[in-house]
Design a binder for this molecule. Structure first.
Ligand SMILES: Cc1ncc(COP(=O)(O)O)c(C=O)c1O
Length: 480
């Protein structure tokens, strides 16, 4: 990420002006682009806000930027005339007119600041590099005998060997399936995107729990599907009937080690959803990417109850072995798998054959199982470490449930302090959190605390800063 340097011969302010001009001239910031808020630029460049303010004032005086009271600073209409006296397509208009939704601004900031090594990442949903089996992954590369095909395009449904191996592996989740019912995808996220474009019409309904991972990524929303949050209580059947009307619909859920809440459904809850949806002929997407990280013995998946081809099951190795290999899978009825495979070929010509070879090798040998045993122990240790800190420091201001596995603790503050401002305050102190409002727009009291990424020292330091900022925010909100 670019930052001005004090070592350069020109002033910090001039470097910032030149950088902004570069953004405009390269077309990255087209006419009408709204500039990031001044306080964000100040954090990003590690300078005082007044330096940013002066740089922007100079560009405004030159007619390159303009400001609209209350809505921010923008690239001016005639900025290009001023700069180069030549014409540039209005990229901003193209971008705004396109189908796919942008990420929430908070998520854009998370993605950006996750690249900064000086930041403490208290929210990241990823294994710390120290928990990845890097050495064994490297060794397995030597043991694999790649042939020419492995460096070519993969087949539409993915490697037959891998799909066979997955059938054995899925038996542990109580799922009996055949290779033709499996599609290899480039991560679980692609599974969701393929379903969104390949199975539903615009206006279809996606039912979900009120706090949902889907709210943070928009794969269905971008294709005009309506998200409806429902409570899975005794009235579930009536609620679904009422909200579904005559529309096509689906129920999306992460029943084991939910992202972000960490919750694990009981077998009865799974049966209840399955039976209700079966009666109403609503298919279910079961996103099961965390299930192998459960500390206690696993509860059979919803898919294991499926006798009617009702459940589309999603798995992935991203949370257990390596998100970088980009390998996941969908299990479902053959026509669905064929349809999604056809779209996948149009999108990316199949997932990396090399990654598929590596995953096949790990599943066939004891490597994967042994790695999981160790990984769960490390995660259990990290969860306890964080819970101890929470017990010592946070019990008077927040509540939480101890982790049952996976990466997350859904920390609930007693006061509604988790706003964008709170997020930015922490960012200024170099602590990155995942605020609850990215999973439920109405939420202002939770954060998704992750113990899987930051080092133990960072967790301790980051939680101390979180505690201090929480206390200050609570105090300020109490003073009239
Ligand atoms: C519930 C859930 N589903 C899917 C994904 C996407 O995982 P992948 O890396 O396999 O695309 C994530 C990643 O955060 C997740 O938490």
């Amino acid at each position: 990420m670019w930052k001005p340097t004090r070592k350069a011969s020109i002033s910090i302010q001039r470097q910032i002006i030149n950088w902004i001009l570069d953004q405009i001239q390269s077309g990255d910031w087209g006419v009408g682009t709204k500039l990031p808020p001044q306080r964000q630029l100040a954090i990003q460049f590690n300078v005082n806000r007044s330096t940013i303010q002066q740089a922007l004032e100079e560009l405004k005086a030159d007619g390159i930027l303009n400001s609209k009271v209350g809505s921010g600073v923008f690239v001016a209409n005639n900025s290009w005339n001023v700069l180069a006296k030549n014409n540039q397509p209005n990229w901003q208009k193209y971008i705004e007119a396109s189908i796919h939704r942008p990420n929430y601004h908070t998520i854009q900031l998370i993605n950006e600041f996750e690249q900064d090594d000086s930041i403490i990442r208290l929210g990241t949903g990823e294994l710390s590099p120290s928990l990845l089996p890097t050495k064994q992954l490297k060794e397995s590369l030597h043991k694999l005998s790649f042939d020419g095909k492995d460096f070519g395009y993969s087949s539409p449904q993915g490697s037959t060997k891998l799909r066979h191996e997955l059938c054995n592996y899925l038996k542990k989740r109580g799922i009996t399936t055949k290779p033709e019912n499996i599609l290899i995808v480039s991560g679980a996220l692609q599974a969701l995107q393929l379903m969104a474009v390949g199975l539903f019409e615009t206006g279809s309904i996606v039912f979900q729990d009120p706090i949902s991972y889907l709210n943070s990524i928009h794969p269905f929303q971008s294709y005009g599907m309506q998200m409806k949050s429902v409570n899975r209580d005794k009235q579930l059947k009536q609620t679904l009937q009422l909200k579904k009307k005559n529309r096509q619909s689906i129920f999306y859920t992460v029943p084991t080690l939910n992202n972000p809440t960490g919750r694990v459904w009981t077998f009865q809850e799974k049966q209840h959803l399955y039976n209700t949806c079966k009666e109403l002929q609503i298919p279910i997407i079961e996103d099961d990417v965390y299930s192998e990280l459960l500390f206690q013995s696993p509860i059979p998946s919803i898919k294991s109850l499926d006798t009617a081809g009702q459940v589309l099951y999603i798995g992935s190795i991203s949370k257990t072995l390596s998100p970088g290999l980009r390998i996941g899978w969908i299990v479902g009825p053959t026509p669905v798998i064929k349809r999604l495979a056809d779209i996948k070929m149009q999108m990316d010509y199949g997932s990396s054959a090399v990654s598929q070879e590596i995953v096949t090798y790990w599943l066939t040998s004891d490597l994967y199982e042994n790695h999981l045993i160790e990984l769960r122990e490390h995660l259990r240790f990290r969860a306890k470490f964080v819970e101890n800190i929470l017990n010592q420091q946070f019990s008077s201001i927040a509540k939480w449930e101890n982790s049952s596995g996976g990466f997350y603790i859904w920390l609930r503050f007693d006061e509604p302090i988790v706003t964008k401002e709170f997020f930015l305050k922490l960012l200024k102190r170099k602590v990155l959190i995942n605020p609850g409002y990215i999973y439920d727009p109405d939420d202002s009291d939770h954060i998704r605390l992750s113990y899987s990424y930051a080092s133990l020292d960072e967790l301790k330091k980051g939680l101390q800063i979180l505690y201090e900022e929480s206390l200050t925010t609570i105090k300020n909100s109490c003073t009239p």
